[in-house]
Design a protein around this ligand. Structure first.
Ligand code: ADP
Ligand code: MG
Length: 732
């Protein structure tokens, strides 16, 4: 399976396949599955094609005519092909085409163009199906993902070569699914599945193959995760049992509110796990504003009481600084042990970020190293920077949707013994994602919001259709400010010195859940104007509808100290309106802010919008979120925004998000590297299969000698781990 393609195919073919399709080995090619199948007599409806589609069609040549062109030198050949449902014109200049005869069937691949109102292909690639080529006489012709120089039929020929040549495909292939598992779930063996996938006779064979090949993907992934869980369980950490009369009790006494039932339950769960030697590996999901920070703080306090240190990692510096500030506020003198007014029974809270002045940073690092800082707050960079801890007992990762296994591994390497780990996210995670991306974590959920929240209502402002609504939006902002409240205006881009409008703010949460809009929409968006920018919008508002208000900007290019000062000023209500990038996306907590206007809302992903909206649902006042867009309300984008506006049910939105993303985006780098393991499996549709695979994988790993009893599966798991490692190293 690892045989390089250069040894089985022609050198030129192997080279372009490697370059353009990232197919390097026999395995890669066998796992390069057809996207769909063309059938004779029941072919693609040519009628349904859209201009700009790149497609391969199976059709019959209806007419061929060549004539001299009048305006230019040379000839023009027009070929009409049809499939019974529609017809289409192929155009070739100067006889640059294979000889086509009326009545022949062929595959024609090209980009659909429009000429005088009719759809046509100019210079498509043609592959005529000759009668003696049994390959093409098949009932179903596989159509492969292709590239410029590797057409679908080149792939088909190459696959066929492999299948015929290695006539004992069975011997070449080690089936990673143990026979008893196959039998229990009625799965065909691997060789059969690959034959049926690449060269099917019927749709039933394709379905059977798909089921089996999805199982491959799910089982290998789940076995990998089960092996991790087992390894983690075998590597003891340090028990951090609660102690009365310590920091935790003091925190509880200092809290200005009583815990919700959910916070109390999850708190007990965490307390019990921290008290065990086996390191906790837990994911805490809770709606925006459900009060996860307090839960984390209480866990950190327990660890400090037991003599350890706790680190809280935030995705952005703004958020790290805010956490440090709010922890310090809750702890009061308890957070300043060692200082003049500090309580000697407490600890120190230090902030460590990349942009601090060298002296501040040195001092903070020293406090972390000598253990006087019990609570360390920083960004994820903290892990990469070789910060030394005296005794790291707990790591809390805040608002990170994709804190993958590699990062958690890096963490475990931090202490002499692996620390307890708590990952927190406000983006509800569908069960399938929890079982895959987070398959090695246990999960807790905070379902309840603290009582007395005003709630948030959302509306779409379709400026194309209702331009006046935007004026109304600014009027609402003025009304809220007049009532003593504050507002955010969020834009996709900083502006001015931007690098050609890539729209990225470096200090935005690094891919926390920045779901890009679906591919085809992105393509459309790029021909439109660039996304609105913070600097331009702020200027327009100051000069126009919000001229009477105190308007400030916040984005990643502002120096950290200034950024921090502005956040503080906003929190202190010295700023009325903050025009910002997604730096305010996660966690920013200013309960007095009640309106958010999101400009070019269509440029944000579903989860991102949900997160953003969470910024104005944090106090007792009712919040309002306005999603401004030029997208027509009937377009898919408009409907996506309407869906976001219509519900605050995070789980429903997470599902919507999943529908609009590709699997790779969800799974993150590890499982979606170039040589992705996940090709057929759908996190949206294969929940039952993934759950069954999880049960089987866990049993395989935990019974007998574990994976050692299943060398084929073990090899597949090792190959996946190698890929992950490679992707991780590339990224690092
Ligand atoms: P998130 O889960 O989104 O991180 P936070 O932890 O930031 O939420 O909490 C949101 C707000 O709710 C904060 O201002 C916090 O002080 C407050 N809060 C947390 N728990 C409670 C509670 N039990 N009762 C009242 N307010 C609470
Ligand atoms: Mg939070």
């Amino acid at each position: 399976m690892d045989t390089p393609l250069t040894r089985v195919l022609g050198p030129k073919t192997a080279k372009v396949m490697a370059e353009q399709l990232a197919l390097h080995t026999v395995r890669d090619l066998l796992r390069h599955y057809p996207r769909r199948y063309a059938r004779r007599g029941e072919m693609t409806r040519l009628d349904g094609l859209e201009v700009g589609d790149r497609v391969t069609v199976l059709a019959q040549v209806k007419s061929v005519s060549t004539r001299r062109m009048q305006q230019r030198r040379g000839t023009l050949t027009e070929v009409t092909v049809g499939d019974g449902a529609g017809s289409m014109r192929l155009v070739f200049f100067n006889n640059r085409h294979a000889h086509l005869d009326v009545g022949e069937w062929g595959l024609f691949a090209g980009t659909v163009g429009l000429w005088r109102g009719d759809k046509q292909f100019t210079h498509p690639d043609c592959h005529i199906i000759t009668g003696d080529d049994d390959d093409w006489a098949r009932a179903m012709v596989p159509l492969y993902p292709a590239s410029k120089d590797v057409s679908s039929w080149v792939v088909q020929k190459s696959v066929k070569l492999l299948m015929d040549d290695a006539h004992s495909l069975e011997q070449l292939l080690d089936d990673p699914i143990p026979a008893p598992v196959r039998e229990r779930h009625g799965l065909v063996d691997l060789a059969t599945a690959l034959r049926q996938k690449h060269r099917p006779e019927t749709q039933e064979q394709v379905d059977e193959a798909d089921e089996r090949l999805k199982w491959d993907e799910a089982l290998v992934l789940q076995a990998t995760l089960a092996a991790r869980r087992r390894a983690a369980a075998l590597e003891p950490g340090i028990a951090r049992p609660p102690r009365s009369g310590g920091l935790l009790d003091a925190v509880d006494a200092a809290l200005p509110f009583s815990l919700t039932d959910g916070q109390r339950e999850v708190g007990e769960e965490l307390a019990a796990e921290l008290a065990r030697e086996q390191p906790m590996n837990r994911l805490l999901q809770g709606e925006v504003g459900s009060g996860k920070t307090v839960v984390a703080l209480r866990a950190m306090a327990q660890v400090v009481d037991a003599g350890g240190q706790a680190a809280l990692l935030a995705p952005t510096e703004v958020l790290a600084a805010q956490h440090a500030r709010s922890l310090a506020a809750i702890l009061g003198p308890l957070g300043r042990a060692g200082e003049l007014d500090g309580d000697p029974t407490g600890t120190r809270v230090v902030l460590l970020t990349g942009s601090q002045k060298a002296a501040v940073r040195r001092e903070a690092r020293a406090a972390v190293a000598d253990g006087s800082a019990g609570i360390v707050v920083g960004t994820h960079a903290l892990l990469q920077e070789g910060v030394e801890f005296a005794d790291l007992g707990l790591v809390v990762v805040d608002e990170q949707h994709r804190f993958g296994v590699e990062q958690r591994d890096a963490l475990r390497a931090k202490g002499t013994k692996p620390p307890h780990v708590l990952v927190m996210t406000a983006t509800p995670i569908p069960r399938t994602v929890a079982m895959t991306v987070y398959g090695d974590l246990e999960t807790s959920t905070l379902r309840q919001l603290p009582a007395g929240r005003g709630g948030v209502s959302s509306s779409v402002v379709p400026v194309g259709e209702k331009p006046a609504w935007l004026d109304r939006a600014w009027a609402r902002v003025r009304e809220e400010v007049a009532a003593g409240r504050q507002a955010y205006v969020v834009c996709p881009r900083i502006g001015d010195l931007d690098d050609g409008g890539s729209g990225k703010d470096d200090d935005g949460p690094d891919g926390a859940d920045g779901a890009p809009p679906p591919e085809e929409e992105k393509a459309g968006a790029s021909d439109k104007r660039p996304p609105l920018a913070v600097l331009d919008v702020a200027e327009g508002l100051r000069a126009g509808p919000l001229s009477a208000l105190r308007v400030e900007v916040l984005h990643g290019r502002i120096p950290p100290e200034e950024k921090e000062a502005r956040m503080r000023a906003f929190a202190a209500a010295e700023i009325d309106v903050l025009v910002a990038t997604t730096v305010v996306e996660v966690g920013v907590d200013v309960p007095n802010a009640t309106v958010m206007v999101v400009m070019d809302a269509d440029r944000f992903g579903v989860s991102q919008l949900h997160q953003l909206r969470g910024r104005v649902a944090r106090g007792k006042h009712a919040g309002l979120c306005l999603l401004v867009t030029e997208a027509p309300s009937t377009s898919p984008t408009g409907q996506r925004l309407a869906a976001v506006a219509s519900t605050t049910d995070g789980f429903a939105l997470a599902r919507l998000d999943l529908e609009t993303r590709r699997e790779g985006d969800v799974l993150g780098a590890a499982q979606s590297g170039r040589r992705s393991n996940v090709k057929l499996l759908s996190l949206l549709h294969d929940e039952a299969l993934i759950a069954e695979a999880r049960v089987e994988a866990t049993a395989l790993v935990e019974q007998g000698r574990g994976l050692a009893d299943h060398p084929e599966l073990a090899a597949a798991v090792a190959a996946l781990a190698l890929d992950e490692r490679a992707t991780y190293l590339e990224k690092a």
